[in-house]
Design a protein. Structure first.
Length: 337
């Protein structure tokens, strides 16, 4: 029997690859004659960089950056060649992910994306000609302002003093933002981000309201974060004409999506679009007898998420009624930001 294992990662526990090979081991332990293929379902979060880099026969480059709580951590990014272009794959979760925030310190008012900017600079120093960023499993809610500061953007308070923004809770202290010190190479190369396409920055369905509680925010803190991100979108508006408040994907990774657009001129993509480009799921499913999927947690968001879509695809293929649509209205989001 041909079996394909397409699992998601178990957040804060096992990566998608570890889950997949554990399931494969269990299957073959029962009957070693089965032909089992593992396809880790990376959705922009944990495992994104290593999986894509491995598929592209690239290399993992280790680098020490600022973690989400401000302390230095060991992290990494991937580098590979594609059509003669040197592409860096950066995984937000490996730098400022929720797993890097100890449970007793989970407070999105204080967590930062500064290390994401540091990793982007490292990739540029190493000769990257394109950057691909996976947004997911984040532990931050700072609208990407931490990343911006690492890239050379300066923030000033009401009396003109330069200030460091520690996290999403400090954004209201900013009176003005100076982009003149932004790294010269950032907007010279294409930057693409795989994001939760349904995730927006502001409003009742904004990232602070939907995901703030998962990151440790109290109801009062959620309101502060929401107001701060609304304010930050107005500050960003001076350098971006796009709809940063309600544009698709702008709320990804605690608003990092909006920051990537405003600061870096990045293009956001539905995660599914990126996944289908690099991971050949359809062919594997259509040529198999049985498909296993797995997700670390089933909750109220699961019916609207990525694995509902995968289930529909599997059922459709096995019923010989496979259908796929590129319509942007499809639910490509998953149960994290």
């Amino acid at each position: 029997m041909k079996i394909v294992v397409i699992p998601s990662g178990f957040k804060e526990s096992l990566s998608a690859e570890e889950v997949g090979y554990s399931i494969a081991h269990g299957i073959q332990k029962v009957d070693s004659s089965h032909d089992v293929t593992v396809i880790p379902m990376v959705d922009g979060g944990e495992g994104f960089a290593k999986t894509i880099t491995k598929l592209k026969s690239g290399e993992i480059i280790n680098h020490r950056v600022t973690g989400p709580i401000g302390e230095k951590i060991n992290s990494f990014y991937g580098m590979f060649y594609e059509q003669g272009v040197k592409t860096a794959v950066i995984e937000m979760a490996a730098i400022a992910g929720l797993k890097n925030v100890p449970k007793h310190l989970r407070n999105p008012l204080k967590t930062t994306t500064y290390g994401v900017g540091e990793m982007m600079l490292k990739a540029l120093d190493d000769g990257a000609e394109r950057i691909l960023i996976g947004c997911g499993d984040s532990g931050t809610n700072d609208g990407g302002i931490g990343m911006a500061q690492a890239l050379g953007v300066r923030c000033y308070d009401e009396i003109g003093r330069e200030i460091y923004i520690e996290g999403g809770g400090d954004i209201h202290r900013i009176q003005s933002i100076d982009f003149s010190g932004l790294n010269d190479n950032i907007k010279r190369i294409p930057i693409d981000a795989a994001v939760n396409w349904k995730n927006v920055l502001c409003g009742e369905r904004g990232v602070a309201h939907v995901f703030g509680p998962q990151k440790g925010a109290t109801p009062e803190q959620v309101e502060l974060l929401a107001n701060n991100l609304e304010y930050l979108s107005e500050l960003y508006h001076d350098v971006s004409t796009e709809d940063l408040k309600y544009g698709q994907g702008t709320g990804a990774s605690g608003g990092l999506g909006a920051g990537l657009i405003a600061v870096c001129g990045a293009k956001l993509h539905p995660r599914f679009e990126i996944i289908m480009k690099y991971i050949q799921i359809s062919d594997a499913i259509q040529n198999t007898d049985l498909v296993f999927t797995a997700e670390g947690c089933l909750d109220y968001q699961t019916p609207h998420g990525f694995y509902m879509m995968i289930t529909i695809i599997v059922i459709s293929v096995l019923s010989h009624y496979y259908y796929y649509s590129d319509d942007d209205d499809n639910t490509y989001d998953v149960d994290d930001d």
